[in-house]
Design a protein. Structure first.
Length: 183
């Protein structure tokens, strides 16, 4: 169990560093874009790359917020109940987060369908003909990069969310057990 908490801590450090790089990259791309438009020479690829990087950093940032328990919450009910019930509610919320992460991992598995891709010898056309799924073939409009490289944030997010939510759940259960034993 300690392994999951330690792994979550390590992932959090990587996410924080990655988030800084992503935010700085988007900022640089926006400055380049503004400057190029001021010079009447728009760089459309800068717009598209900035948008795709913003989506990636939204997922990385969301995962980091879950790890730090800074996600948005409506506390109307939890503020009105006892500490014991508040801790129970926190355990319930973390269970829901774990279930959501598992569902997201499953949905991502279905979307990427790696077994069918492997069965087709990693031939993208054969994969598309069998599944009508173009996830691996879609190309960005201006930068000419396959979108799958940006879509890969989804399975990574599902994994990190699962680790962070599991770590938070473990910590909540330990806190609940410690408080129950001290009485």
């Amino acid at each position: 169990m300690n392994y999951i908490v330690k792994l979550s801590s390590r992932i959090t450090k990587v996410e924080a560093a990655a988030l800084k790089v992503l935010v700085a990259s988007v900022l640089v791309l926006m400055v380049i874009n503004v400057a190029s438009r001021a010079l009447n020479s728009s760089l459309y690829w800068a717009d598209e790359l900035a948008i795709n990087l913003m989506v990636v950093f939204a997922f990385v940032g969301s995962s980091l917020m879950f790890a730090q328990r800074r996600n948005f919450a409506v506390t109307l009910v939890s503020d009105a109940v006892s500490d014991k019930n508040r801790r129970r509610m926190s355990i319930f919320v973390q269970c829901v987060n774990v279930l959501f992460a598992l569902f997201l991992a499953y949905a991502t598995w279905l979307w990427f369908d790696p077994l069918t891709l492997a069965r087709n010898g990693f031939q993208l056309q054969g994969f598309f003909e069998e599944t009508y799924n173009s996830v691996y073939q879609e190309v960005t409009n201006t930068i000419g990069v396959r979108r799958v490289w940006f879509f890969l944030v989804m399975p990574v997010f599902a994994f990190t969310l699962l680790v962070h939510s599991s770590a938070c759940l473990i910590q909540d259960i330990r806190t609940q057990n410690t408080l129950d034993m001290s009485k």
